[in-house]
Each structure stands twice: as C-alpha cells, then as structure tokens.
Design a protein around this ligand. Sequence first.
Ligand SMILES: Nc1ncnc2c1ncn2[C@@H]1O[C@H](COP(=O)(O)OP(=O)(O)O)[C@@H](O)[C@H]1O
Ligand SMILES: [Mg+2]
Length: 408
Amino acid sequence: MQKGCRALLPLRISSILYHFLQNVSIMKEEFEKREFVFGVAVEDYNFTDREQETRQLRMNFESGVNTILVSPRRWGKTSLVKKVARMMDTERVMVVYLDMFPCKTEYDFYNTLSAALLTQTASRKELWMENAREFVARLVPKISISPEPNSDISLSLGITPATHSPEEILNLPEQIARQKGKRIIVCIDEFQQIGEFADSITVQKRLRSVWQHQHLTNYCLFGSKKHLMTNLFGLRSKPFYQFGQMMYLSKIPISAWIGYIQSHFAWKGCHISDEIITELCTLVEQQSSYVQQLAGIVLSMLSEGQTTTSDHLKAAFSFLLDACTPLFKQQISTLTGYQLNCLRAIIAGHHSDLGERSVRDGFDLGSASNIPRLKNALLERDLIELDGREVTISDPVFARWLRECVIS
Ligand SMILES: Nc1ncnc2c1ncn2[C@@H]1O[C@H](COP(=O)(O)OP(=O)(O)O)[C@@H](O)[C@H]1O
Ligand SMILES: [Mg+2]
C-alpha cells in the first residue's frame, strides 16, 4: 500500500506541475498584447467569427466551384479570402491573389494577372521564368526583389497587344496548373472595375469564354459595389451570368464582437461590459473596420485595470468623428447643392421614395428626372449604396457626421 502511494507521488506531482504550467501558458497568452487592427486584411487573433463563410469558401476552393463574393467595403472580404487561401493544401492547390482596382484598361488587367500568376506560383528558389519560358521570351520584364525574405517579388511585364493576345494570357493559369500538376484558384479583388474598361462587354465575353473551359483553374471574384456586382453576375443578358456561386457577406454579429473585444482588453487588465460593446457596435452599425478602430480608441483612453464606462465610449466616438472630419469635409466639398440635399433626404429616412413629389419638394431635389442623376453621382463617389430600390449611406460614421455636424 505504502509502496503504491510512493509510486504514485511523482506522478501526482508531475501532473500538478503539468496543469500549473499549462495554466501559466494560458495566462501568458491572455496577457499578450493584442492590438486592434483596421484598414488592412486581418488574420490570426485579429480575425473573428465567419466560421460558416470560411467553411463554404473552403469547400468551393477545394471542390472547384467559382465564387462571387460581395459585401460593402471594409466588412472583411479580403481577410476572409486570404484566410481560406492559407488553409489550402499547397501540395494540391495554389492560390493567386490580385487586385483589379488600379486597372484602368483590359491590358492593365492582363499585366497584373500575368505578374501575379508568375510570381505567386513560383517559390523564390525556382526560376519563375521556367513556368512560362515561352510566354516571357517576348518581353523585357522588370523584376525587383526586395531583400526582405518573405516579401513579394514585384514584376512589370510590359505586355501589350503586340506581344500577346488576350487568349494567350487568359490561358496562362491553366498552362501553369498543368505543368505543376496542381489546381489554381485565381482571386480577383474589386472585380467590378471591369465595368470601367472600354468595350467592357466584349472583354467580359472574352474572359468568360476562356474561363469556362478551364479544368484546373477556378476563380473567386469579389467586389464592394453590390449594384455593379449584381449587374455583372445577376443579369441573364450579361456574359458573367451564373458564372459561380454568389456569396453575400453579412455583418459580424455583436455576440462575436463581445468575446473578441473583451479578450483584447484583457491584456491591459481592462474590462468592458457586454452592454457597452453592444452600444459600440451599434454606433458604427457593426462595420468591421470601424468596430476595431473604435474599440482601439476606447482602449487607448483607459489606464491599466480600468473599467469602461459610457463616457469613455462617448469620448472615443467623438475622437473618431474628429479624426474622420477632414476626409468627410473633402468628400462633401465637391458635391452640388442638389447632391447634398439628396444625402439630407436619405438621412431623414427617405430610402426608396426620393422620386416622390413631396420628398423632392421638401428637400429641394429638382425634377423627377434629376433623381437618377443624383443617385448615380453619389454612387460613383461611393457615398451611397443601392440595394434594389433601397438607397443608404455607405459609411455609418459619415452618416453620423452629416447628421451631427452638417445638417443640424
Ligand atoms: N473576420 C474579421 N474579424 C475581425 N475584424 C475584421 C474581420 N474582417 C474584417 N475585419 C476588420 O475590417 C477591416 C477591413 O477588412 P478587409 O478584409 O480589408 O475588408 P474588405 O476587403 O471587405 O474591404 C480589417 O482591417 C479589420 O479591422
Ligand atoms: Mg478588400
């Protein structure tokens, strides 16, 4: 009996020690400094929620389903796509990411696409030119390699209609995929930009006719302007009709923000209640980027171990408004009187009846034929969003600023 006890002792001590050490490491993790991050794609402990969307997108990537991902700006599309890209088995799938936003012409896009494909499907040790020796032979590319070990290679290829036909470029991913024996997923951010190209419908037909015959390449096309994305993908008459599965990203629910924000406050020993987080999220209409920014401002106002009050939140929000004011002022400085009146009417709750006589007269919006012009001008400036007939102000903090600083 005694012998047995003695034999057990070291085991018990080691298990106590084990649990103690485990707790220490949990505590250490809890107190690690956690910043709030906004304005760039987020990952790791700065990424919260989106489990269902992650599962769905991962399934699409793995099973070769084209996806069209839509949400207003700064809700989390890029973060989600990059997260799913990191989950892929690199032995089987390569993910290539590019942003169409700076592309103004069809060939701008081809240059960006080819450069992304060549650099992102080759490791640094490999010579990417081996990927497409024949493709590159006609070019005098400019390559710049930063000394940072993990940074991207930047490449300007100088592709023109004289060097390559569109089809040659559009077939490049399939060619690389075949050579490597892997599938490729091409992710194109701000894809709605294609609508700005000269002769856009012809370009769209060209892309679609090549892309739909590819077996090893799939596409994830995403964009922030819902009305433009719906125009591209939702109309039977358009080349990209039913090209892939449409996914509309929703807002991250307040319940997910609660755990996230509280864990970020914990490293400083600070506390914030569920109620104040709910208030914070509501102030910025749960727009992911603003939630992070505002929570960061609140935390910066607290000293170690302090508990957040409503006054802290009020002060932080007014700090946020002040910080945004120069940009907002600049945004409205270029508006006509009618356009500003149109924003006033939307803020007063007229989301789908701007064309009605009483609203037009009440807010001085001009004639009925003026309304579509006003909407288009505000849409182009990204100040409003259109969902069917419903018009809303895109940026919740801008709406608040207009209400408090311009209209009142
Ligand atoms: N899943 C997420 N968890 C936490 N914050 C997020 C998440 N997704 C986005 N954000 C916040 O929103 C900001 C913008 O995200 P981003 O992915 O660039 O959006 P989008 O591509 O839709 O414009 C990020 O910097 C971050 O502050
Ligand atoms: Mg983005």
